[in-house]
Design a protein around this ligand. Structure first.
Ligand code: PLP
Length: 344
C-alpha cells in the first residue's frame, strides 16, 4: 500500500473540547471550518454532536451546507463570511446562521430571508471582518430591531496573553455591545485561555480541539505514518534528490517514503524535518519533492515499513516550526491522498 495513513483520534478532539469547555461557565462552540481543520468536518462534527456540542462555526455557506448534511437539524451552524451574494439558497436550505459583516450584508439578508436568524460581526480592531464602531453606531438600533441572535468579534493577538491588543479589543467590544442583552462571543482558542473576562456568552475554539497551540495542554489528535517505498545504500560523497542538495558524509542507508509537498508536507521543512522509526529519529535528507521524501535511516539497523512524521514524538507545531509556519497551516494542508482513519 503506497497510501499514507492519517490517524485521527476523535476521542482526543472531544476531550480537548471538554477541557476548553471546563475553563468557562458559558456555552462552548466548535469551529470546524476548512473541513474541520483538514481532518474531515462531517466525522468531527458528528463526534462533537455526540459529546453535546450545540453550536458550530464554519467559514462559508458551502461548508455549512456540508456540515448540516452530516450532523442533521438541531445544532446551530454559524457562518463567519456572513451572507454573500449567491449564498441565500444554502443559508435557507441548510438553516445556517450567517454572521453579517456589513450593512450591505444585512440588507441582503433581511430582504432575501425575512425573519431568518443571523448574528452580527463587529470589528473591535483587527480590521479584517465586521462592522466598525462608526458604522455600528449608525445602524445599531435598526439592526437590533431585526433581532440578531449573536454579536461577535475576533481577537488579533490572543495567542500572546501579554499583548496589549487583547485588552484594547476587549474594551472596544464592551463599548460596542454593553447593555444590549444579546448573546456575545469574542474568544477563539487563544481568547478562551485568556480567562473569564474574554468568555462572554459563548467561546468558539478551533485549533485547540485539534491539538494545536496556543492550547499547550491539548491532547495530540493526529498521527501521520508514511510508507517506505524503497531503501538503498548511498556511498560517501554521493548525493540524494533534486539539485544534489544533500551529500552523504558517510556510507548511508536512505529510505524513500510516499508523501511530499502535494500532500501538504511543506517543501520548506526539508532541511530541518525529522521522521521517526519507532523512537529513532531519522532526519529528512535532500529536497522534499511532490510525492516523495528521502530520510537517513543509517543508525536504525533495519529497514522500516513506515516512518512517522506526526504523532507521539512530534506535534503539528514541531513540524510547523521546521517549515517556518504554524500548526494551523500544517493541519489544513493535510493531503487528500492520505487514508483518514478515525478512532474513538
Ligand atoms: C478560525 C476562527 C476561530 C477559531 O480560531 P482558533 O484560533 O482556531 O481557535 C474563531 N473565530 C473566528 C472568527 C475565526 O475566524
Amino acid at each position: 500500500m503506497t497510501t499514507a495513513t492519517l490517524s485521527i483520534d476523535l476521542g482526543a478532539i472531544v476531550r480537548n473540547w471538554q477541557a476548553l469547555d471546563a475553563t468557562s461557565t458559558c456555552e462552548t462552540g466548535a469551529v470546524v471550518k476548512a473541513n474541520g481543520y483538514g481532518l474531515g468536518a462531517p466525522v468531527v462534527g458528528r463526534a462533537l454532536v455526540r459529546a453535546g456540542v450545540r453550536n458550530f462555526f464554519v467559514a462559508t455557506a458551502a461548508e455549512g451546507a456540508t456540515l448540516r448534511a452530516a450532523i442533521g437539524n438541531g445544532p446551530v451552524i454559524y457562518v463567519f463570511s456572513g451572507h454573500m451574494d449567491g449564498d441565500t439558497g444554502a443559508i435557507r436550505d441548510a438553516a445556517l446562521t450567517p454572521l453579517l459583516n456589513s450593512v450591505d450584508q444585512m440588507l441582503r439578508h433581511v430582504e432575501a430571508l425575512p425573519g431568518a436568524p443571523f448574528g452580527i460581526q463587529l470589528d473591535s480592531g483587527m480590521n479584517r471582518l465586521g462592522m466598525e464602531p462608526g458604522e455600528w453606531s449608525a445602524v445599531r438600533d435598526i439592526a437590533i430591531a431585526q433581532g440578531p441572535v449573536m454579536l461577535m468579534s475576533h481577537l488579533a493577538c490572543s495567542d500572546e496573553p501579554d499583548h496589549p491588543m487583547n485588552a484594547q479589543q476587549l474594551g472596544a467590544f464592551h463599548e460596542m455591545t454593553d447593555g444590549l442583552d444579546i448573546p456575545r462571543s469574542l474568544a477563539a482558542t487563544g481568547g478562551t485561555l485568556l480567562g473569564t473576562d474574554y468568555h462572554f456568552d459563548m467561546t468558539r475554539p478551533g485549533v485547540g480541539l485539534y491539538g494545536g497551540l496556543p492550547f499547550i495542554e491539548a491532547e495530540p489528535v493526529v498521527t501521520l505514518d508514511l510508507p517506505v517505498i524503497q531503501v538503498r545504500d548511498v556511498a560517501i560523497g554521493e548525493s540524494v534528490g533534486y539539485a544534489n542538495s544533500w551529500t552523504a558524509p558517510r556510507a548511508s542507508r536512505i529510505a524513500t517514503i510516499s508523501g511530499g509537498y502535494a500532500d501538504g508536507l511543506i517543501r520548506a521543512m526539508g532541511p530541518r524535518a525529522t521522521l521517526y522509526a519507532g523512537d529513532v529519529p531519522c532526519p529528512v535528507v535532500g529536497r522534499v519533492s511532490m510525492d516523495l521524501i528521502t530520510a537517513d535511516i543509517t543508525t536504525l539497523g533495519h529497514d522500516p515499513s513506515h516512518l512517522q512524521l506526526m504523532g507521539r514524538h512530534q506535534s503539528i507545531d514541531t513540524v510547523a516550526a521546521a517549515a517556518g509556519t504554524i500548526g494551523y497551516e500544517i493541519l489544513t494542508q493535510l493531503g487528500l491522498r492520505y487514508e483518514r482513519v478515525f478512532s474513538e
